[in-house]
Structures are given as C-alpha cells and as structure tokens.
Design a protein around this ligand. Structure first.
Ligand code: 6GU
Length: 239
C-alpha cells in the first residue's frame, strides 16, 4: 500500500513514522508513505496557500489551486482520496478495514479555518475522527494511518487484531498480566483456572457488561450472537 499525505507540516509525522508498530511496518516495506508539501504548489514569492473567506467571517480558508494542483500531481486511477475535516463522516474500525484493502490512499490535511468547499468534489470522502476540533488535519491523518497500517498483513501477529474493542461492535474484555495480586488487588480467579471454556464465557460476559455500561449506543446497535444471548441470560438469571 502507498499512502500520500498532502500537508503544510510534514515535520509533524517524523517520530510517528519511526516508532513502534508503524515504524516496524514501514521498515518491513508493508506500506510506503510519501508527503506532498502543498506550499510547493503555491505561486509567487509569498506562496500563499490561504485567503480570506467570501461573505466575511474570521480566519483564513485554504485556496483551491495549491491543494488541487498538489492532488493532481499524485492522483491516479487507483487512488482513494480522503479529506480530513471535522465536518466529515465519523471514522470507524470498519472504515479502517476497508481502507486497509486500498492500493493508494491520499490524505488531504487542511489547516486554518478549513478549505474551499470546491475541493470536496475532488475527493472520495470527507472523514472526521471525532466530535471536537483540531487545529489541522495532520493528527487525524496520523490516526487513520496508524489504524490502517496495523491491519496490514505482517504488521501485528495474525489474529491479534480480531478480538479487540470495536472489531465485533463491542468493547474488549479486561486484560491482566503478572503478578496475580498487586497492591492487594487480585486477578479474577477464573483467569487462573486453566478452564478455557469458562474463561471464554467470562470474557464474553465482561465485554457485554462493559459495553452496556460505557457505550450504551454500541450495545443498542449490537446484534447478540446465540452464544452471547445465552451467556447474558444465564448471568441475568443468577443476578
Ligand atoms: Cl479529520 N480534522 C480536523 N481539523 N479536526 C477534526 C477532525 C479532522 N476530526 C475531528 N476533528
């Protein structure tokens, strides 16, 4: 996979691209990341990439020409183009899975008060990483790159992404490691029992109870599997 980032601030990505799982995946050649400096496409000595908004209002708006010339310098028939925007569609694990199948991702990072709306028609979609405002799209594009790169084959241990939070529409069950007792707090007995059927049942129940409490919106949307329904029914009967 190739990822091209259009940005005014490529230096923001330095540590991110060289650290941990992302750093290792890129070193292994699972993905290639390139940057296009939008300012390189702005004309004149001043290389202005932004201007005042028509109709008035505060702040500056990124101009069509530098952004679209930058985009056209890298876009091909196999590119999938996304604009980072707080007004975009909510990003999700399902979208990360979808993006991990693409040959070429282009991520466009706006800055200032946003970009000229005529740029939108040149992208496949606008995406938001949550209901808050960032100073620019760079952090959002790193969130997307991180979540996509870790899904590429060979990036993390096969299968270790499958039981995580959000993969099945639920939050993950709590995890514990050594020691079995820390500061007087014990790991749940069942996890030390060696009874794999019991452990599986406990984990499914914890996942359901946690999601219901912390993310009732996800719990409502989730269709219980036959196994989940059975485990929940048993728990409710015991309560
Ligand atoms: Cl994708 N961009 C910006 N600038 N702010 C955001 C965002 C994106 N997602 C949430 N807030």
């Amino acid at each position: 996979m190739k990822i091209t980032v259009l940005t005014l601030f490529p230096e923001m990505y330095e540590n991110f691209l060289h650290t941990s799982i992302v750093g290792r995946a890129l070193a292994r050649g699972l993905a290639e990341v390139e940057f296009v400096q939008i300012r390189d496409f702005a004309p004149g000595n001043y290389r202005h990439v932004d201007d005042t908004p028509f109709g008035g209002g505060s702040g500056m708006v990124m101009k069509c020409q530098p952004v679209l010339d930058a985009l056209n310098s890298v876009k091909t028939d196999s590119s999938y183009t996304m604009i980072m925007s707080p007004a975009g569609k909510p990003y999700s694990q399902a979208k990360a899975r979808e993006l991990a199948q693409k040959e070429h991702l282009i991520l466009i990072c706006g800055h200032y008060e946003g970009m000229d709306a005529r740029i939108n028609a040149h992208a496949d979609e606008l995406v938001s990483i949550g209901d808050y405002v960032l100073t620019g799209g760079e952090l959002a594009s790193m969130v997307i790159m991180d979540s996509v790169i870790r899904l590429l084959k060979g990036s993390i241990t096969e299968g270790s992404a499958d039981e995580e939070s959000h993969e099945n529409g639920l939050l993950e069950y709590p995890q514990y490691t050594h020691p079995a007792e820390y500061d007087g707090v014990k790991v749940p007995d069942v996890l030390l029992s060696g009874n794999h059927a019991k452990i599986r049942e406990w984990r499914i129940l914890q996942s359901l109870l946690l999601t219901k409490e912390v993310r009732p919106d996800l719990f409502e949307k989730h269709e219980l599997t036959a196994e989940e329904a059975k485990i929940l029914k048993k728990y409710e009967a015991e309560e």
